[in-house]
Ligand binder design. Structure first.
Ligand code: ATR
Length: 288
């Protein structure tokens, strides 16, 4: 793509940002959809965030993705919030408006799209979510948007999960070992903790094999390693499991649509996905 006087700029804001995959995705979408944009990454410290946004607005920077540690702390500096982002309480996407930046959260949409192959196991069903950190907010929203009837939330600190999610009576909050109190059945499970993330590959949030007998299908939001220990344990008991790379891909597709008003087509998604898998796993494998 040729950079010229009409090229728009989008970027990631975070600290750190060095290992981000967002430029790969957004620049690939720009090429495939013929949108004249470059996407880069800015390392911005907490104390510089407000000034960064003011400067970005003056420069007309089209949009941002926001990552750790700014997903919540950026909210006071925004000119508006999308209702879904408001419900989640965190943003990962900012779009330029004539008043400032409006905040969106595309993680829930990304999760929902990555979970389409599991819809029958989620809609009108009880499901399980492990974790209550930042990622869990968006996944929980996504599970209810997909029609889950009840979510059993298992977390190491049940008190923390209760404080965050206890006010919604559809949620049942339990400590990790509390899975034994869940009625015997086969469930869809979303794994939202950081346990098992490379290089700590040999860890799973729950080690007890009895738990995995209850899991018919699962998404682990971790994507490195390609098969986490959690996914392996689900598969060993006959369940279906996918990792979090499709969620990453689809949250970017949704951010791109918000920035540019352009929906990435199937070809563009395939191209970006191939590049992503090659970059992350060192091959062109396309497992979704
Ligand atoms: P965030 O910044 O998103 O909150 P985090 O602090 O890494 O991320 O925690 C994400 C999730 O992983 C939380 O559910 C956390 O459990 P707690 O709420 O009890 O802290 C979970 N988690 C992190 N390390 C864990 C571990 N060793 N065992 C079990 N759960 C763990």
């Amino acid at each position: 793509m040729e950079v010229d006087g009409k090229t728009k700029v989008c970027a990631l804001l975070g600290d750190p940002v060095e290992h981000t995959l967002s430029p790969l995705l957004h620049n690939s979408f720009g090429e495939s959809e013929k949108v004249n944009v470059v996407y880069t990454a800015f390392n911005v410290k907490k104390e510089g965030l407000e000034a960064a946004l003011k400067g970005a607005f003056a420069l007309g920077i089209r949009g941002f993705n926001v990552t750790v540690p700014h997903k919540e702390s950026v909210i006071p500096f925004l000119s508006g919030m999308d209702p879904l982002a408001e419900r989640i309480g965190a943003v990962n996407t900012l779009a330029l408006t004539d008043k400032g930046y409006k905040g969106y959260n595309t993680d829930a949409t990304g999760f929902m799209r990555s979970a389409l192959g599991f819809e029958d196991e989620i809609r009108d069903r009880e499901v399980i979510m492990i974790g209550a950190g930042g990622a869990a907010n968006a996944v929980l929203c996504g599970l209810y948007e997909l029609g889950a009837k009840r979510v059993y939330i298992l977390n190491r600190s049940a008190a923390k999960a209760e404080a965050k999610f206890g006010s919604d009576k559809r949620n049942v909050i339990l400590p990790l070992e509390g899975f034994r109190d869940i009625p015997d059945n086969k469930y869809f499970c979303a794994q939202c903790t950081s346990v098992g993330l490379s290089p700590n590959d040999e860890a799973a949030p729950i080690e007890d094999k009895d738990f995995y007998k209850m899991i018919g299908s699962a998404i682990d939001i971790i994507y490195k390693p390609e098969e986490t220990r959690f996914m392996r344990m689900v598969r060993e008991k006959g369940g279906r499991a996918e990792n979090g790379l499709p969620m990453l891909l689809f949250q970017a597709v949704e951010s791109f649509r918000i920035y540019h008003g352009v929906t990435v087509g199937e070809e563009g998604i395939k191209e970006a996905k191939d590049r992503l898998y090659r970059k992350v796993y060192g091959n062109g494998k396309n497992s979704t």
